[in-house]
Design a protein around this ligand. Sequence first.
Ligand SMILES: [Zn+2]
Ligand SMILES: [Zn+2]
Length: 340
Amino acid sequence: MSQLDRGGIAGRCATPAGARPGGTGAGRRANTLVSPASTRRVFVAMAGAVVIVPLLGTIAAVWLAVDYGVSWLALVMFAIAYVLTTLGVTLGFHRYFAHRSFRTSPPMRVAFIILGSMALQGSLLYWVSTHRRHHQFSDTPDDPHSPHMDGLSPLGWWRGLWHSHIGWMFAAEVTNAVRFAPDIIRDPLVFRTQLRYLMWAGLGLALPAVVAAGLTRSWYGMLETFLWAGPVRLFVVHHASWAVGSVSHMYGSRPFVTHDHSANNFWVALLAFGEGLQNNHHAFPAAARHAFRWWEPDLTGYVISSLAATKVIWDVVRPSAETVAQRRPTASIGSIVPGA
Ligand SMILES: [Zn+2]
Ligand SMILES: [Zn+2]
């Protein structure tokens, strides 16, 4: 068994489109759960809050900045919170839990869950289930957030962009976690830790404000840092992450032949720490590093290499240069970054 096939999850994510189960009837029922109207209302309310509150907080932060400027403390706390919570999702939720691209210790697993939850993109179980469904059915009717299901007209383009970026969350679909993420449910430590999702999310908002209050000893210092490390940070993290499912399935280069519209978008990859390299990722879902060229931005990949060098993580999945070159019609093996 090659490293890319390890664990079954990665192999399932790489299922060719022709071998996919159908997108209608029994297949659809098995992929999502039928939830009562009350549950759907809660999902819609949470989606609304996640979209609107960070936007309002960002407007308030910019409004205050125009009048009073922005302190270095608020900007530094924004940067720290942005990097840590983005890595919680890209390194933890995505490359470790959803694709099992490396192995690590229980304390690191807990740290990944806490930091990923602070990004307010749903609990680990919700995130992994939804993401594996995206890979298995990418750009088909069973994909939770494809931009290509609304036709080719200009209106269809706008509807597809809206649905893939934000609208899909208001569909309030609950992916069948028993089918898509049984490994998360079976791991007691992981399951129990991710159940406290709202507590970790609240901690992510409160911590920077408490630190700022201690350092500045002023209400304004606390409020300013809360806004920049909280709502503003969430606004940028969210739109960068959502652009992975929208923009990176619409615009960018496609060096590999895949059964979907995934594309490598440089700017999304820069903001989302490598996740915008969707064509590379859909061609090699289990690969820990998403960049195969030196100029492709993949901060998460560099963090993985650093953590592997210090033995904090191990068994990192790396497709060989030959394997990558075989999938790339026009590439030469010599142009691939060694060890990528
Ligand atoms: Zn994708
Ligand atoms: Zn993925």
